[in-house]
Design a protein around this ligand. Structure first.
Ligand code: PEP
Length: 252
């Protein structure tokens, strides 16, 4: 399966800016996108339209959403449904990003509901997991990641199609801080995730599900990170906001 190179634009970029960045990214990667890589752009909701337009017809590019509410429709003021995201051109969605867990207060159970609902609705889901610094210092990385995976995947059928599910290992202390987990730390955490996936989905399916690394990925460290065992892509925040910088990561 292709390595998934995901750009999370968080709450940055007005619609026009997003369209311009997506167009610049497309131009920067024109003829240079490696055959084994897929680019995923995840803009804010208000920028989905222009981003979709800028990427229309570009092979190897996909659009994603940062969040949704796990219901088809209804009286949920301020929320957005998977069907609306599919209608807006999204193929992927995130669940369990650390900013939603730790700033917006989403717990494991909510994250699990979103993963199961999103998949059933037809979105490909990226479940984000990762420990806080105090959990790492207490030697709890495996326990935290395993708990988040168990709850996050609880409603996912064991025969889930591997292309429709990915895990992003994102140590909370490395997100937006400039700190990156070292190669040994990344390899160790990704091995834990892989073992859990194999236990949950069987050796064949569990081996295929992509595991992305996220946390201060930059053009200068992307190549090394992508070379680590069980790293099947990256989820990039800050360094994805500029087309040139993200294009350099995609081709690293
Ligand atoms: C993220 O938003 O998932 C992320 C990893 O951010 P950053 O690359 O800025 O650390």
């Amino acid at each position: 399966m292709k390595k998934l190179m995901a750009a999370n634009w968080k709450m940055y970029k007005l619609a026009g800016e997003a369209g311009d960045t997506a167009a610049a990214l497309r131009a920067a990667l024109d003829g240079k996108l490696p055959a084994d890589r897929e680019v995923l752009v995840i803009p804010p909701f208000t920028a989905l339209g222009p981003t979709r337009q800028a990427l229309a017809g570009a092979a190897g590019f996909a659009l994603g959403a940062q969040n949704f509410y796990p219901s088809r429709q209804g009286a949920f003021t301020g929320e957005i449904a998977p069907d609306m995201l599919l209608d807006a051109g999204c193929r992927y969605a995130l669940a369990g990003h650390s900013e939603r867990r730790h700033i917006l207060g989403e717990d494991d159970a909510v994250v699990g509901r979103k993963v199961a609902f999103g998949l059933a609705a037809g979105l490909s889901m990226i479940l984000c997991v990762g420990e806080k610094i105090e959990e790492r210092q207490a030697g709890e990385v495996e326990a935290v990641v395993s708990r988040q995976l168990e709850a996050g995947l609880a409603g996912v059928p064991t025969d889930v199609s591997a292309e429709t599910l990915a895990i992003a290992y994102e140590p909370v202390w490395a997100i937006g801080t400039g700190l990156t987990a070292g190669p040994a730390e990344v390899a160790e955490a990704h091995a834990v995730v892989r073992a859990r996936l194999v236990a949950r989905f069987g050796p064949e399916n569990g081996a295929k599900i992509r595991i992305l690394y996220g946390g201060s990925v930059k053009p200068g460290n992307a190549g090394e990170i992508l070379g680590i065992d069980n790293v099947d892509g990256v989820l990039v925040g800050g360094a994805s906001l500029e087309a040139e910088s993200f294009a350099a990561i995609v081709t690293a």
